[in-house]
Write a protein that binds this ligand. Structure first.
Ligand code: IPD
Length: 264
């Protein structure tokens, strides 16, 4: 299996100096390791499944279209938490989701430094290193630990909305709001019941694909920030252990417009 090689590459690179480039903004980072790992994952999967399609973060950054067709499609984030990775902050994951007929079938997310493998398969449950995952049953924001991520934009209007969304949840007396720097691992914490809700504007389909299956299979809800069904390409999400909590969070949020992954 190529997995040990990939993980050795990521772990070794984590402690070394990196050549860092920026993508859509000064806070949207990429390193040689993101490219290397993405190439290895795709070439290995392509050997085994030559007819399958791929949506992958660095290919998309290089201009590949992100369109989810009914064909079997792998949705790959080679290093989620690249900014953490650059700073040696050890919250870094590899995320791979798989969809057929535009339906998410399974997802795997690997926490590279804590060696935790999160898996979810539609109808078959979600697990972390073999232990079944279960979301929290919390329905009350004033008892909730909420996770979010900042997203790449830093213009004043975006920052104002980001901060005011956080302020609204703190006004609603959420116990805390956390930003850990990896949307996939934050979503895994939600699936594990270690947090009660997650929301974000500006994340991508490769941040969401695998985690969505894992959360749903752990009994949780993944929806659009409008309160409607999740749209994987919409760059926005609310997830929670309960529908009540997801709806309350969605109602509290003001939209930050990041466009769509399939229109870039
Ligand atoms: C990013 C991280 C970050 C989140 C961004 C993601 P990347 O993924 O998960 O926490 O705020 O929206 O795109 O670029 O590190 O793979």
């Amino acid at each position: 299996s190529p997995a040990p090689t990939l993980l050795a590459i990521i772990r070794k690179a984590l402690s070394e100096e990196k050549r860092v480039s920026t993508k859509t903004s000064a806070a949207d980072l990429v390193t040689e390791t993101d490219h290397l790992v993405e190439g290895l994952i795709i070439s290995e999967l392509q050997k085994r499944f030559p007819s399958h399609r791929f949506i992958a973060e660095e290919a998309a950054a290089a201009g590949a279209k992100c369109v989810l067709t009914p064909s079997p499609t792998w949705i790959v984030d080679p290093i989620d938490g690249t900014c953490n990775f650059v700073h040696r902050f050890p919250t870094v994951a590899v995320s791979i989701g798989f969809a057929v007929n535009q339906e998410l079938e399974f997802g795997v997310i690997y926490h590279c430094t804590e060696e935790r493998l999160y898996t979810g398969r539609r109808g078959r449950g979600a697990f972390c290193n073999g232990q079944r995952l279960r979301v929290s049953g919390e329905t009350d924001i004033s008892k909730a630990l909420v996770l979010t991520e900042i997203g790449p934009k830093r213009d004043p209007a975006t920052l104002k909305l980001f901060l005011s969304n956080m302020e609204r949840l703190l006004h609603a007396k959420a116990h805390g709001v956390r930003v850990i720097g990896s949307s996939t691992l934050a979503l895994c914490h939600l699936a594990s019941g270690a947090a009660d809700a997650y929301y974000q504007f500006g994340l991508h389909c490769w941040d969401l694909a695998a985690a969505t299956v894992i959360i749903r299979e752990a009994g949780g809800i993944v929806m659009d920030t409008s309160g409607g069904p999740l749209d994987l390409m919409s760059c926005r999400v609310v997830a929670a252990g309960t529908r009540e909590m997801a709806t309350l969070i969605a109602q509290a949020l003001q939209t930050i417009n990041y466009g769509r992954d399939d229109e870039k």
